[in-house]
Design a binder for this molecule. Structure first.
Ligand SMILES: Nc1ncnc2c1ncn2[C@@H]1O[C@H](COP(=O)(O)OP(=O)(O)OP(=O)(O)O)[C@@H](O)[C@H]1O
Ligand SMILES: [Mg+2]
Length: 517
């Protein structure tokens, strides 16, 4: 079964003998200048089964997905479907062979409608060969209904939030009748309810006999939905087997090469004076009557379902969108923030959730991505000081556990998780007084997650005030001094960390309990 057994630590000998794989990869290698992203990897997918692909940021997971979908050509190795060797010179070939993928960075078109995005390239045609719009919209509606998405197929994609865009990507993947469905971190930008719906969808696809490759950094979901696992480390396949025959610590150890305890940093809650007060903040459509305070050295968690308005509030605080009413006080002074530049000059920065679009500047090297907003401190008399820029970038990226060949590498060549670390480093490097982190560890692997949390705790101890929007309950409970729960654009409750349970969070976010405050 496994052609390359070198370096494999934990392959169960009987793992793959009970069924025939519908898809097999053998000896696949792929290099980029300076990096061997994949080195003779093997992977099998079975009908009606979910195979979880796990590995650290940069391990090669998205690269194998791109090989499987005809986006990258492997340097060597063999793809076979139902025992038949195949190659995918183009994405269309992969589609025709029955492989479809929901990518980590989804390729959708903002100015097209939802239905057009779903059917682009394979729209139903009339008998005159024209696109049959009525049929297309009807079919799009059917697909959206099937995955429980409440989205109008006629609206433009750009009018949707990130979670709904993701559902459109899923609908698109399902519109191609595929036997192999690949999902690259499908739940990374979703929260509780949508995640549950995604799991139901996976179950349905399984029942239809599809082979599913599921990439995730979340161990709870891997153990919940996967039947099998495959582990990549540094571009090599280091283990594979049935999920029932492996434990979480074993899996983490294969992934990282060492044991990782998921302990959150111990923090002494010792907040200093108030730095920020938000009063009666309103937005015509997104949120209403938002008020809270934030103190130096404090980590304030924001929990809620997708669409609760958390990111929208943060974007208004950062001057991206305009509130219709309300005020911000910074150090007892009313502050007016109309643009991100004004926010930055008040010492407020925002690390967005959608870091691909709003954060990383592709085509620029890593170090410049980090130093860009800090140029005031790294330039002297108008001259950029390259050495300073490098030093800044090195300090901050090291503390976030960045894995990159060199700091002058183009950020676009980094893996998804590593790009996110660069964007976080960039905003921290401006040495703000208030940092707003929107889903700070989304897409970041289990080993680096601890580094991010550690760094956050250290900065808070040094007096930085942190607002952390997160949909991960352990992270909210593990990091926050105080937690605000938002529901439908309003603050539903505020809790001190000590008297907070996961159930309370979920119930409050879903509106299942009495509002307390
Ligand atoms: N277009 C490219 N040019 C150069 N290097 C690349 C390119 N694409 C990926 N790489 C490199 O290949 C390696 C594997 O990246 P890949 O995106 O497959 O990682 P991943 O396992 O998906 O990580 P993550 O969990 O962060 O998404 C990384 O070292 C990355 O920097
Ligand atoms: Mg990836």
């Amino acid at each position: 079964m496994l052609a390359n057994t070198q370096g494999i630590e934990n392959v169960h000998p009987h793992a793959a003998q009970d069924a025939k794989p519908v898809l097999s990869l053998n000896g696949i290698s792929k290099s980029f200048p300076g990096v061997k992203a994949l080195s003779e990897v093997a992977l099998d997918l079975f009908p009606g089964q979910v195979t979880a692909l796990v590995g650290e940021n940069g391990a090669g997971k998205s690269t194998i997905v791109k090989v499987l979908t005809g986006i990258y050509q492997p340097d060597e190795g063999q793809i076979s479907i139902n025992g038949k060797p195949l190659s995918f010179p183009t994405a269309q070939d992969a589609g025709e062979a029955g492989v479809t993928a929901i990518h980590q960075e989804t390729v959708l078109f903002d100015d097209l409608s939802v239905a057009e995005n779903i059917f682009i390239g394979h729209a139903p045609k009339t008998r005159f060969g024209l696109i049959d719009r009525k049929e297309m919209v009807g079919k799009a509606q059917e697909l959206l209904d099937r995955i429980g998405a409440q989205i109008d197929p006629g609206v433009l994609l750009k009018d949707l939030g990130i979670a709904n865009k993701h559902l459109v990507a899923i609908a698109r993947a399902l519109s191609i009748d595929a036997q192999i469905v690949i999902m690259d971190e499908p739940t990374a930008s979703l929260s509780h309810k949508e995640i549950e719906e995604t799991y139901e969808l996976v179950e349905r696809l399984k029942a239809e006999g599809k082979a599913i490759l599921f990439i995730s950094h979340k161990f709870d979901e891997i153990f919940r939905i996967a039947d099998r696992y495959t582990v990549f480390r540094d571009g090599q396949m280091v283990g594979a087997g049935k999920i029932t025959e492996v434990s979480e610590p074993e899996l983490v150890k294969m992934m990282v090469g060492r044991s990782v305890d998921q302990v959150y940093p111990r923090r002494e809650a010792d907040p200093g004076e108030e730095v920020l007060e938000v009063v009666g903040y309103c937005h015509p459509t997104e949120f209403e009557d938002i008020g809270f305070t934030l103190r130096k050295g404090e980590i304030l968690g924001f929990y809620g379902l997708v669409g609760a308005g958390r990111s929208e509030v943060m974007q208004a605080l950062f001057g991206v969108t305009k509130p219709s009413k309300g005020a911000i006080r910074i150090d007892d002074q009313i502050a007016v923030i109309r643009t991100p530049n004004e926010a930055i000059s008040h010492g407020i920065v925002y690390v967005p959730e959608d870091r691909g679009k709003q954060g990383a500047i592709k085509g620029l090297p890593i170090f410049q991505n980090v130093s860009l907003p800090s140029l005031k401190t790294t330039s002297k008399n108008g001259f950029l000081r390259l050495a300073e820029e490098f030093k800044l970038a090195r300090d901050y990226t090291q503390r976030l556990d960045l894995r990159a060949a060199a700091l002058d590498q183009d950020i676009g060549e980094l893996s998804g998780g590593n790009q996110q670390k660069v964007v976080i480093a960039k905003w921290l490097a401006t040495q703000p007084r208030v940092i707003i982190l929107d889903e700070p560890t989304k897409g970041i692997d289990i080993g680096s997650k601890a580094a991010v949390h550690e760094f956050m705790a250290e900065l808070a101890a040094e007096g930085l005030a942190v607002i952390m929007v997160s949909s991960e309950i352990p992270e909210i409970l593990g990091m926050s001094d105080r937690v605000i729960v938002m529901r439908e654009g309003r603050i539903a409750a505020e809790f001190e960390r000590d008297d907070l349970t996961p159930e309370q969070l979920v119930r409050t976010a879903a509106g299942l309990s009495e509002v307390t405050s």
